[in-house]
Design a protein around this ligand. Structure first.
Ligand code: NAP
Ligand code: GDD
Length: 320
């Protein structure tokens, strides 16, 4: 039975990845951090089937203890302060978790189990306002502290691969969403609002930049790409994307329409949700992942929106 260690197991991707690994016969270990509220709801259904260790990417000793206890064959580094707008407010904390956190984990793995295969959650945010479609060859030019910290982690991973011969891969994932998406990200913020409007517990929705375009896929597809990277004989860097972008406005229109509503009757523009600098359009070219990993997305944009809206209408009705 192979063993995997997942940081960020309580997050959107961590929970989908844990489902996939358990289903594929792995012994799954995860690092969880202390919180004053329940931060394990996304993995509650896996209780008793995953081993959880207290830890934090800012605390090197806790990572060493978790790596030593798990003795992993595969390590997935998904933990991050992952909100772009928050990274403008907390640039030092973001760098500590995202950039130095990756360094701490890489060092723990290099010291204790250098044969383990390592996945780093890299991001399309590293490219900034590059003209799409973006591939592995597109130069990085991040436009926020989160993207800059991810660039550091990306280069460090490549460096560990080249300097120490470790099996390290960067998955350069474009936006991926799901029914488990955090509610501060725009897609889930919209579908939660649609659900509550249908249930009669909310009437207005305040958003920022409606013109921004993102390449949105479903997280369940994207964690499969992560796993496929670690099954290759060598580590590598792969863009994972659908190849199609939509504007935030389009997402709104479809989400409200899926509930029989007109988004223009409910949405307000609020400058509080605009960023000091945004990225107008992100669209990826995942040809390398398609050819080398045999990966392709299975859930298209309309299905993604439909699933999220249906889930959030039911949730809002229950809560109402
Ligand atoms: P998420 O839902 O925000 O989950 C982040 C996870 O990191 C949570 O489990 C969180 O724990 C944990 N975490 C945060 N700070 C930590 C710390 N100091 N120490 C230990 N754990 C910490 O993010 P996601 O959408 O699943 O994304 C997973 C990874 O992929 C992230 O690295 C993100 O930057 C990257 N990524 C995401 C996307 C996307 O579109 N989703 C695209 C490209 C890259 P709590 O539950 O306790 O908060
Ligand atoms: N969050 C948010 N809230 N975003 C809004 C809002 C709002 O009210 N209104 C408009 N937007 C716009 C943002 O300005 C951005 O252009 C776009 O919607 C998407 O924002 P998010 O959903 O917050 O995601 P993101 O693209 O900034 O970052 C996500 O994807 C990255 C990959 O490209 C995160 O998951 C990152 O961790 C990930 O790396």
């Amino acid at each position: 039975m192979p063993t995997a260690l997942v940081t960020g197991i309580t997050g959107q991707d961590g929970s989908w990845l844990a489902d996939l690994l358990v289903e594929r016969g792995y012994e799954v270990h995860g690092i969880v951090r202390r919180a004053s509220v329940d931060n394990r709801h996304r993995i509650a259904h896996l209780e008793g089937r995953v081993h959880l260790h207290w830890g934090d990417l800012t605390d090197a000793d806790s990572l060493v203890r978790a790596v030593r206890a798990a003795k992993p064959d595969e390590v997935y580094n998904l933990a991050a302060q992952s909100h772009v707008a928050v990274s403008f407010e907390l640039p030092v904390h973001t760098a500590d978790v995202v950039a130095l956190g990756a360094a701490r984990l890489l060092e723990a793995v290099r010291t204790l189990c250098p044969e383990a295969r390592f996945y780093q959650a890299s991001t399309s945010e590293m490219f900034g306002a590059a003209e799409g479609p973006i591939s592995e060859d597109t130069p990085f030019h991040p436009r926020n502290p989160y993207g800059a910290a991810k660039v550091y982690a990306f280069h460090l991973c490549r460096m560990y691969r080249e300097a120490y011969g470790m099996h390290v891969s960067n998955g350069i994932l474009f936006n991926h969403e799901s029914e488990r998406r955090g509610e501060a990200f725009v897609t889930r913020k919209i579908t939660r609002a649609v659900g509550r409007i249908v249930a009669g517990t909310q009437s207005r929705l305040a958003l920022g930049n409606l013109d921004a375009r993102r390449d949105w896929g479903h997280a369940a597809d994207y964690v499969d790409a992560m796993w496929r990277m670690l099954q290759r004989p060598e580590g590598g860097d792969y863009v994972v994307a659908t190849g199609v972008s939509h504007a935030v406005r389009d997402f709104c229109e479809r989400a409200f329409a899926a509930a029989g509503l007109d988004w223009r009757e409910h949405v307000d523009i609020d400058p509080r949700f605009q960023r000091p600098m945004d990225i107008p359009d992100l669209v990826g070219d995942a040809s390398l992942a398609r050819e080398t990993l045999g990966w392709a997305p299975t859930i298209d944009f309309d299905t993604l929106v439909g699933r999220m809206v249906a889930h959030d209408i039911e949730l809002a009705r229950k809560q109402a």
